[in-house]
Design a protein around this ligand. Structure first.
Ligand SMILES: [Mg+2]
Length: 167
């Protein structure tokens, strides 16, 4: 099953601190959670003014969020994750499992990138995101909408997935 993901985070070399995370599943289910462990003293003014006011809960520990993500994907033998410029989102998500080496064996070790796919399609236009932005659930929903727009141009590419791990 595909999952469109987004996170909000505070980043500094060398850390990516999760604020919130959302996954929108191909079957229509949605997962959203906020961290109760954010050190807001490390947040930028932009994050304090743009991201923080949109938080509405529930807030929970990162460990609990990790179990929530595992529960959300439970029973799916072949999850596929999509994001938009998802490099940092993916690190934040995988750290919820402990680290890259702690990822469940059936998880891919990468998140597919809507932006990279659009570039490969001659910078195909993506839908405009209406409403909330920089809210993880709103952004994850938009990522699914962007994927849907690109699928119309490249149905085969929409179904790409990571093969089994070579080691
Ligand atoms: Mg976002």
């Amino acid at each position: 099953m595909k999952y469109w993901i987004d996170t909000e985070f505070i980043e500094h070399p060398w850390s990516i601190e999760l604020i919130s995370i959302a996954l929108v599943a191909e079957d229509g289910r949605e997962f959203y959670a906020e961290s109760s462990e954010v050190d807001w003293s490390r947040a930028s003014q932009w994050t304090l003014h743009t991201v923080k006011p949109q938080l509405s809960g529930p807030a929970m520990s990162r460990e609990a969020i990790g179990y929530g993500v595992m529960g959300f994907t439970h029973g799916d033998a072949c999850p596929v994750f999509w994001g938009y410029y998802p490099a940092f989102d993916w690190v934040a998500l995988t750290w919820l499992m402990g680290g890259m080496n702690d990822l469940p064996l059936h998880f891919p070790q990468l998140c597919l990138d809507i932006r990279q796919w659009a570039m490969a399609l001659d910078d195909a236009p993506l839908p405009v995101q209406e409403g909330a932005k920089h809210h993880a659930l709103a952004d994850a929903r938009w990522t699914k909408a962007a994927w849907t727009a690109l699928k119309a141009l490249d149905p085969h590419g929409a179904e790409r997935r990571c093969a089994d791990r070579p080691f």
